[in-house]
Design a protein. Structure first.
Lengths: 113, 112
């Protein structure tokens, strides 16, 4: 029972490079989310999706783009990486409806040099 | 300024001691969730509290939601080394729909 799977687990990029973080869930959840976690700041929502083909901005969307072409996958892209984007990125998914828990992947640790 | 303020930020205690972690806001939340996160892993849900004044118990952990639904607390009785981790509170403010905002977290270290 995989749950939420994130790839890669670690990555080092140079400033200006681009990359895509992949998230896959096998729980048939409607909602999917991308967060970044920085020391002393908790988890901050980057973008989220309430269903296949739909995305919306969260609290800190600048410098990131997302796509949800298939219900089970949610991709996070960095077009031109900056050192300020060094962080641990978490993907999560949840069922439709209030009070539903979010199920998290194990994170991608991204360093931008 | 975070919408959810957690305190303390860091707690180091001996095995067997009791502790309380607080989660406070000036906003009203439709519910509050508590997650626990271990190094190298994602957060895992412990409990969701929904009703103002609600108290939920999970073995040695007691969770309380404030009457006004602006605050919550987590109390651990007789802490054990296995309780070590990062504890996060999170919830959807009434005006946010289903989106969660997270507190910065409390790092708990229980020494044997």
């Amino acid at each position: 029972n995989a749950g939420v799977t994130q790839t890669p687990k670690f990555r080092v990029l140079k400033t200006g490079q681009s990359m895509t973080l992949l998230c896959a869930q096998d729980m048939n959840h409607e909602y999917m989310y991308w967060y970044r976690q920085d020391p002393g700041m908790g988890l901050r929502l980057i973008h989220y999706s309430v269903g296949e083909g739909t995305t919306a901005k969260g609290e800190v969307p600048d410098g990131y783009n997302v796509s949800r072409l298939k219900k089970q996958n949610f991709l996070l892209g960095l077009e031109s990486a900056a050192p300020s984007q060094t962080s641990v990125y978490f993907c999560a998914s949840s069922r439709l409806g209030s009070f539903q828990p979010q199920h998290f992947g194990d994170g991608t640790r991204l360093s931008i040099l | 300024t975070q919408l959810l303020e957690q305190s303390p930020q860091f707690l180091s205690i001996q095995e067997g001691e009791n502790l309380t972690v607080y989660c406070n806001s000036s906003s009203v939340f439709s519910s509050l969730q508590w997650y626990r996160q271990e190094p190298g892993e994602g957060p895992v849900l412990l409990v969701t509290v929904v009703t103002g004044g609600e108290v939920k118990k999970l073995k040695r952990l007691t969770f309380q939601f404030g009457d006004a639904r602006k605050d919550s607390s987590l109390h651990i009785t007789a802490a054990q080394p296995g309780d070590t981790g990062l504890y996060l509170c999170a919830g959807p403010p009434m005006e946010y729909g289903n989106k969660l905002v997270f507190g910065a977290g409390t790092i708990l270290r229980v020494k044997s």
